[in-house]
Design a binder for this molecule. Sequence first.
Ligand code: NDP
Length: 241
Amino acid sequence: MSDQSSAARTVLVTGGNRGIGRAIAERFIAAGDNVVVTSRSGGDGPDGAYTVQADVTDSASVNAAFKEIEGKFGPVEVLVANAGVTKDTLLVRMKDADFQDVIDTNLTGAFRVVQRATKGFMRLKHGRIIFISSVVGYTGAPGQVNYASSKAGLVGMARAVTRELGSRGITANVVAPGYIDTAMTQELSDEVKDNYLSMIPAQRFGHVEEVAGAVEYLASDAAAYVSGAIIPVDGGLGLGH
Ligand code: NDP
């Protein structure tokens, strides 16, 4: 059994300058890994991370970011596809662009980084992919036809990657957070927040560190035989789905 945990790994977290991605980056930094975060805006990641500006909707930008990372730290060994956006509106009002923009960032954006990272994984015969999906990907939510479709798509992507690359030491898993206290959820109205709280068995929103813990596990040696799985971090909100 290989022991990857003793050496610093190169970890890439997309959208690691704030929210959940930032907490994930902090967790890997604390473990002594070489951590690179991308942000669309160029906003810096946490102390100890190397930040690269990259837009996951643009393949050339993703490719340039990987070249920079590989030049500095060698191939990426752990990829956390976390960058995501919402553009909520009811189905009848949803414009093509509202749907396409969310898919292009959340789903096709993940495809772009996974495809690029896989070149290095295949050379290394080792790689960990963790997709940040959402409970909404399997429960659905009104006003989120675009977002729910994109997050459900990540499950299919993880499972297709597992079937295609599982024999090469590569795992692909999904973390599905429920309602986590970040800028994305702070935008919700009090009415919507109270409604969700009433449905969450834990009776509270989650913390970014709780999502980071699940990601850390999936990237660890302990999870070498876990692939195509979904770990919910949702206080029980998605129970039964
Ligand atoms: P934030 O809105 O706080 O952060 C989103 C991150 O994604 C930012 O770093 C942002 O970069 C980056 N990003 C957005 N678009 C692009 C793009 N085109 N290219 C590159 N980076 C981009 O979100 P959260 O931390 O709340 O969410 C992180 C992930 O977790 C998302 O995928 C979200 O869907 C998912 N999630 C969140 C939940 C929650 O309750 N918060 C629940 C379930 C899932 P920049 O700052 O530069 O714009």
